[in-house]
Design a protein around this ligand. Structure first.
Ligand SMILES: *[C@@H]1O[C@H](CO)[C@@H](O)[C@H](O)[C@H]1NC(C)=O
Ligand SMILES: *[C@@H]1O[C@H](CO)[C@@H](O)[C@H](O)[C@H]1NC(C)=O
Ligand SMILES: *[C@@H]1O[C@H](CO)[C@@H](O)[C@H](O)[C@H]1NC(C)=O
Ligand SMILES: *[C@@H]1O[C@H](CO)[C@@H](O)[C@H](O)[C@H]1NC(C)=O
Ligand SMILES: *[C@@H]1O[C@H](CO)[C@@H](O)[C@H](O)[C@H]1NC(C)=O
Ligand SMILES: *[C@@H]1O[C@H](CO)[C@@H](O)[C@H](O)[C@H]1NC(C)=O
Length: 382
């Protein structure tokens, strides 16, 4: 009898404890995890403003979640989800607070840097856990030694894509708002992997100075770039003034088809090149020197070989070209992510091609102006 009674008391106590833990939110019911649908957005939200409305109205109170209310949302349009709507979780994975975000390395150097900058700014902006997987890390290491985003803990074992919930654009190719939903905790305490090509200038630009440190080139890259610029300096006529280096990137090859198929547009060619050269020659008479790099150097040479103030990158690798152009004083770019980074890292003035596209294009006047890249100057292409 006594035994049964104490069993009964024990069990009751256990159930009361379980209910208490449940109510107190220490254990969260599974159905609360998926706060927003990922694949089928019922609300058809395609614009940041929609998301803002969605998050503020739908999630004003979520009882089991800890909330942050007092962080100032200063920058727009990056802050699409106000801190008052963020949700934080107690739940962890490998000692890291969930949600955890990583990124699939897509594209080549320019894209990878955009993906890294996006991850970096998610962490800085939303204070969310961000980690690099091995494949991603491999793309940057050796070129940049100062990246600060941590690796996935070794204790997690081999990386398995299927363990991660994909997040990517929604509606337009440029609307990666779902990754911000994930970072703000609105998609639940999960492990997310960013897919496709996030490149959120409007979000990472506020961390520009920090990103320039993250993207500090390894000394062997800087040394090569400086050596090249010195040799250019020596080869110039002595009647000229001290050089002002203008990095000039010309994107060609696969982009010709890409920009046509996806954006109904064309690559900038000779009329734009001439205009851009004239811009800087007028601005820096007897001083402007152009350092040209391209994924099609033969094309670049065929168009620009006649000019005495134009020098061509020896072009051994993307990293070397990036380091060379980034160490110039000002820039000329055409289209694409690689050119963007050469100019963004160089600082100074940036002349870019004011291309007309049928659908919204990330490296376009509309976007640059929206973000407030004041040192970026559009020149017509035709
Ligand atoms: C967001 O909500 C406000 C107020 O209800 C409304 O005026 C506005 O049109 C909404 N924005 C969008 C994009 O739906
Ligand atoms: C950011 O998150 C960490 C835990 O991941 C926490 O210790 C820290 O207090 C948070 N910082 C802010 C400003 O909320
Ligand atoms: C890069 O890291 C090294 C050592 O980790 C440090 O000495 C150096 O100051 C860093 N450079 C920048 C620009 O942050
Ligand atoms: C710099 O050194 C790293 C190894 O430390 C190497 O992988 C890379 O190719 C080198 N880059 C250049 C431009 O020499
Ligand atoms: C400078 O001139 C020398 C000798 O003509 C040549 O070997 C070298 O490639 C030139 N450097 C550049 C950057 O054009
Ligand atoms: C221009 O760039 C060169 C090469 O990086 C650098 O040595 C020089 O200080 C720069 N000039 C100015 C005015 O910033």
């Amino acid at each position: 009898m006594t035994c049964q009674r104490s069993l009964f008391v024990g069990l009751s106590f256990f159930f009361v404890l379980v209910i208490y833990i449940y109510v107190a939110g220490i254990v969260k019911p599974q159905q609360h995890y998926n706060l927003l649908p990922l694949s089928k957005p019922t609300n058809n939200y395609h614009h940041n403003e929609d998301l803002l409305n969605l998050s503020t109205t739908t999630f004003s109170s979520t009882p089991t979640l800890e909330r942050i209310d007092n962080v100032k949302a200063k920058y727009l349009p990056s802050t699409i989800i106000p801190p008052t709507s963020w949700v934080k979780y107690v739940k962890q994975w490998q000692g890291l607070r969930l949600p955890v975000i990583t990124c699939r390395p897509r594209g080549r150097l320019g894209n990878i840097m955009g993906e890294y900058a996006t991850m970096y700014s998610l962490k800085r902006h939303y204070n969310v856990t961000v980690v690099m997987n091995n494949d991603f890390k491999k793309k940057l290491k050796n070129i940049f030694l100062n990246t600060s985003l941590p690796d996935i803990p070794a204790s997690a074992g081999p990386f398995k894509l299927k363990d991660w919930t994909p997040v990517q654009y929604i509606g337009s190719w440029n609307n990666y708002a779902p990754i911000e939903l994930a970072a703000a905790g609105l998609l639940g305490p999960k492990k997310f992997i960013m897919e496709e090509y996030p490149f959120e200038i409007q979000m990472f630009h506020q961390f520009k100075e920090e990103l320039k440190k993250e993207f500090t080139f390894a000394p062997n890259y800087t040394t090569k770039a400086n050596r090249f610029l010195s040799s250019v300096m020596k080869n110039r006529s002595s009647e000229l003034l001290d050089p002002v280096f203008i990095g000039f990137h010309i994107r060609r090859t696969d982009y010709k088809k890409f920009i046509k198929d996806r954006y109904g547009s064309r690559l900038p060619e000779t009329p734009y090149f001439t205009r851009a050269l004239t811009h800087y020659r007028t601005k820096f008479p007897k001083a402007a020197v152009f350092i040209v790099a391209s994924d099609d150097l033969q094309y670049a040479r065929s168009k620009l070989h006649q000019y005495h103030d134009v020098f061509f990158s020896p072009g051994f690798s993307a990293g070397e070209d990036m380091a060379l152009l980034a160490s110039c004083n000002h820039s000329i770019i055409t289209v694409g992510s690689f050119g963007f980074w050469t100019a963004y890292l160089a600082g100074g003035e940036v002349v870019y091609a004011d291309v007309t596209t049928k659908t919204e294009y990330r490296f376009s006047r509309k976007m640059f102006e929206k973000v407030g890249l004041d040192n970026f100057i559009p020149l017509p292409v035709d």
